[in-house]
Design a protein around this ligand. Sequence first.
Ligand SMILES: [Zn+2]
Length: 389
Amino acid sequence: MAQRLLVRGGVAVVRGELAKLDIMIAGAQIAAIGAALDPGGAIVLDASGLTVGPGFIDVHVHGGGDVSFFSKDPGSVDAYARWAPRNGVTGFLVSTVGRDAGDTSALLGALAPAMRPAEGAEPLGFHLEGPFLNPERKGAFPRSYLRPPSVAEFEAFQQAARGHIRQVTVAPELEGALDLIRAVADSGSVPAIGHTDATYAEANAGFAAGARHVTHLFNAMRPLHQRDGGPIAAALLQAGTCELICDGAHVAPETLRLAYSLLGPARTVIVTDNLEMAGASGHDGQFGGERLSIKGNAAVRADGTIAGSVATMDQHVRNAVRFLGIPVQEVFRLCSANPAVVAGASARKGRIEPGFDADVVLLNEALEVVATVCRGEIAFLREPGRLRR
Ligand SMILES: [Zn+2]
């Protein structure tokens, strides 16, 4: 019989509401949810005084805890998967790209075998952030990494990745971008608009071609202008989801609040854009041959360009509650349910529901992670006294 684990006595986030409910886990799945469930021999995880929600899913992350997804070592994905549950993360997309087309294929091919559930958080596929980006809005990517959109190249990447590419960031104004967006959508992956200098009309053409997600709204894109709203106005007014980096460094809290007033809980996806220096306190790193140093919650280049965030997902969650002024049950939509849709895993992840994967995070009143369960296994436990065998 599969191992059973009862998460008992907590306040669970179920169907968007808070309720005092126990969660019975059998093997890797949630078996039952109910008030005062009988343990009947199950291991008990005492959740009293804690909020119990679906584990966080990060669809935009380049590494963390000294692990980088720009490495061709599949062990990097496994190592990140073991590290991430301390931040409440139970699923993620590996965001990466190589120096050129051949290097990107080699990178995807090397990491593809790691795309399966193992120990810790589950890798749910790749997010290709690049190479089809506008050099004018390249952010921290070296210009030499970037290439014009190409359906043939995307298909070669998808083949190298064994079909695991889930999200592709594209600048819609580039020549060939609309064909690429259509090809990505037809393949079942998510075309996302980002790193773009598009006008409002060009961005809308991207959405009309099938883009249904936006990569870190506000960052690495043409700013909002009163006479042409550009990609930001188009993103806020379309129907798809938008990523927001809630580290307080990438986007000002008032700008996040403004965006959220339009996006609402159904269209907001919180992402970390974490680099390997995240959670690896106080040391410098590098990206694309440029040295990076940590400034507050951001990793910045010598010229001041922000390269990514070093605030971990649990910090983004605390910030989101504070910056957006939302109740804790709502933040789980932004960090679990909505990213599960982007990752193509919403039929089994992102909600606490019988039959769903037993990916659960337990937070205390300060919204700090006390325990994380990944597919029924306790992957992180800060207070060992809560476990009763
Ligand atoms: Zn990124």
